[in-house]
Design a protein around this ligand. Structure first.
Ligand code: 2PG
Ligand code: MG
Length: 428
């Protein structure tokens, strides 16, 4: 206990992948171990998420984090000094109580999640184990199936296309390393198709191509062609995963697909997504309808949940109670797990465990605003999530996470088991 007591905790301002301020926290323990973590930030945020504390005003577009860093160096540090870093649950409970608000708006979700993760890293360092092993305690783990973005749209690309993420999944690969090899070939094939067609307009926030398409469906056509051009069989070997992020263009009954110049009610939106599922090798769909459209989520899951993963992100906001309610109502079959959406490591784990208990697919996920922090790579393995969503196959804040999983797979050696198809709920 003495060794893992928190001796010093402090925050600083660093910068995220969108060039915006964010919070980094360092935790130092009595025994000399230390840990560090950086808060990520979303753009397509769900209404029920923990809120970041931002300074407002004109500086950095109001996104300054001086107040959040102040929370860490003031109240949070005072409350946590002397606490046992090895008892993550007590630390996180204390953080939640100290903040006292439902949405973490007083001390700041950014201050709290960076603190929670920094303490987790310090505890792992004290145990002299890599984080994933500290988390798994030596229990069985799988290397996650990656969902990797090829086109970025929605809130991450000035709404160039309405659907936010067009990703690939390689469940037929035999290892994580091979899944990345396949993705690299598909990313390259996509690039050359886009250049030939004159449709390439740079990259979106998470590093996927910013597509100059005339319709949302053109992205699906192009991606399917790219999978084939790279030498893979769509569906059998490589599938498409969509994050519709529908709350960004409507909710409960009225959805505006600007690129397609169509306004759809829930039923028509589900029909449209269903027609894509029939036509293209789609294995997974996230937030197919808006975050308050419970009936739509139920209807979509009822119609497609037996052949397609249906993920709740904005809909479930990494909240164990919402996951339980969605499971009871058959309103999703998978949950996206974002630590900063829940607020603390303990709450994110609770949401993941609620998902597993319900037989859901579980996907640990990055945010659109990221950094060199690789905590989520370790969470995805250590918690045996089965899946990991990080963004595209370019830009170092994304590649840092993929590369970290490669190292973990190598460390596991012959005992490494790649989740592949087993990660998807309808294949279980
Ligand atoms: C999402 C994430 C990552 P953001 O919607 O799943 O793509 O985006 O971090 O902006 O919420
Ligand atoms: Mg999402």
């Amino acid at each position: 206990m003495t060794d893992t007591r928190i001796a010093r905790l402090y925050g600083r301002r660093v910068w995220d992948s969108r060039g915006r301020p964010t919070v980094e926290v360092e935790a130092h323990l009595e025994g000399g171990a230390a840990g560090r973590a950086i808060a990520p930030a979303g753009a397509s945020t769900g209404r029920g998420e923990a809120l970041d504390l931002r300074d407002g005003g004109s500086r950095f577009g109001g996104l300054g984090v001086d107040r959040a860093v102040g929370s860490v160096n003031g109240e949070i540090a005072s409350a946590l000094l002397g606490q046992d870093a090895a008892d993550q649950e007590s630390v996180d409970t204390l953080l939640v109580k100290l903040d006292g608000t439902e949405d973490r708006s007083r001390l700041g979700g950014n201050a709290i999640v960076a603190t929670s993760m920094a303490i987790l890293h310090a505890a792992a360092a004290a145990s002299k184990k890599p984080l994933w092993l500290h988390l798994s305690g030596g229990g069985p783990v799988r290397i996650p199936l990656p969902e990797i973005q090829i086109f970025g749209g929605g809130a991450h690309a000035d709404r160039r296309v309405d659907v936010q993420d067009f990703m690939v999944m390689c469940p037929a690969a035999t290892s994580f390393a091979e899944a990345l090899e396949w993705t690299a070939e598909i990313y390259r094939a996509t690039g050359s198709l886009m250049r030939k067609a004159g449709k390439s307009g740079g990259v979106a926030d998470e590093g996927g191509f910013w597509p100059d398409f005339d319709s949302n469906e053109e992205a699906l056509e192009t991606l399917t062609r790219a999978i084939e051009a790279a030498g893979f069989r769509p569906s059998d070997q490589v599938g498409i995963s969509l994050d519709v992020a529908a709350s960004q263009f409507g909710d409960a009954g009225r959805y505006r697909l600007a690129l397609d110049n169509r306004t759809l009610d829930t039923e028509r939106l589900i029909d449209l997504l269903g027609s894509w599922i029939e036509k293209y090798p789609i294995l997974s769909v996230e937030d197919p309808v808006g975050e308050n459209d419970h009936d739509g989520m139920r209807e979509f899951t009822h119609r497609y949940g037996n052949r397609c993963q249906v993920i709740g992100d904005d809909y479930l906001v990494t909240d164990a109670r919402r996951v339980e309610a969605a499971a009871a109502a058959h309103a999703a079959n998978a949950v996206l797990v974002k630590p900063n959406q829940a607020g603390t490591v303990t709450e994110a784990l609770a949401a993941l465990q609620a998902g597993k208990k319900a037989g859901f697919g579980t996907i640990v996920s990055a945010r659109s605003g990221e950094s060199e922090d690789v905590t989520i790579a370790h969470l995805s393995v250590g918690w045996d999530a089965g899946q990991l969503k990080v963004g595209s196959f370019t830009r170092s804040e994304r590649m840092a996470k993929w590369n970290e999983v490669l190292r973990i797979e190598e460390a596991l050696g012959t005992t490494a088991e790649f989740s592949g198809w087993s990660a998807l709920p309808y294949h279980a």
